[in-house]
Design a protein. Structure first.
Lengths: 112, 113
């Protein structure tokens, strides 16, 4: 079974803090993704990576950065957390040929 | 560009009655289409996928969906709802050969006894 794990289920941070969200997959997938999920908006893509050290902006990259130093690990970084970044963050991975995405359980981040 | 529209934000059914969750897609190319389910406080799980083989696709837990090109639809159905089906469902499109998915805004399914 594919397993995608995320470092925290719940996180509370203060405005202005630097926040790291970690994601690890165990299926040697090439592609990894970070989404945020907000009620009524579905999932929106923040960043994705198709190889180690490679990244591409998604639909809402502002205020976020990412790091992929190893194939199995993809980190989302909030340089200076703001209250409008309070959300559920979901990580996913995929590989050809199906490109079916496998999701982690999510991290609910609250910024106060 | 690809997009999906989920026509209902909420659907309420009684246990044992049929489920219909509606999805229309827009794609200039031959798309792959998916339905994902998310139970409360859980990640997303793939229910089923269409990848240009059979137009009627069977998934897990008794769900199925039919790809109708003429109507640009990919509605999700189940003959008889169970309490455990209560969750949020996402219709998703992917352009062939590309890694990115485009998600609909979700339909919350409520099942009453």
């Amino acid at each position: 079974d594919v397993k995608v794990t995320q470092s925290s289920r719940y996180l509370v941070k203060r405005t202005g803090e630097k926040v790291f969200l970690e994601c690890v997959q165990d299926m040697d997938h090439e592609n990894m993704f970070w989404y945020r999920q907000d009620p009524g908006l579905g999932l929106r893509l923040i960043y994705f990576s198709y190889d180690v050290k490679m990244k591409e902006k998604g639909d809402i990259p502002e205020g976020y950065s990412v790091s992929r130093e190893k194939k199995e690990r993809f980190s989302l970084i909030l340089e200076s957390a703001s209250t409008n970044q309070t959300s559920m963050y979901l990580c996913a991975s995929s590989s050809p040929p199906t490109y079916e995405q496998y999701f982690g359980p999510g991290t609910r981040l609250t910024v106060t | 560009a690809q997009s999906v529209t989920q026509l209902d934000s909420h659907v309420s059914v009684s246990e044992g009655t049929p489920v219909l969750l509606r999805c229309n897609y827009s794609s200039s190319y031959s798309p792959s289409l998916f339905w994902y389910v998310q139970h409360p406080n859980k990640g997303l799980q793939l229910l089923l996928k269409y990848t240009s083989a059979a137009t009627l696709v069977k998934g897990i837990n008794g769900f199925e969906a039919e790809f109708k090109k003429s109507e640009t639809s990919f509605h999700l159905t189940k003959p008889s709802a169970h309490m455990s089906d209560a969750a949020e469902y996402f219709c998703v499109v992917r352009r062939s050969g590309f890694q990115k998915l485009v998600f609909g805004t979700g339909t919350r399914l409520l099942v009453s006894p």
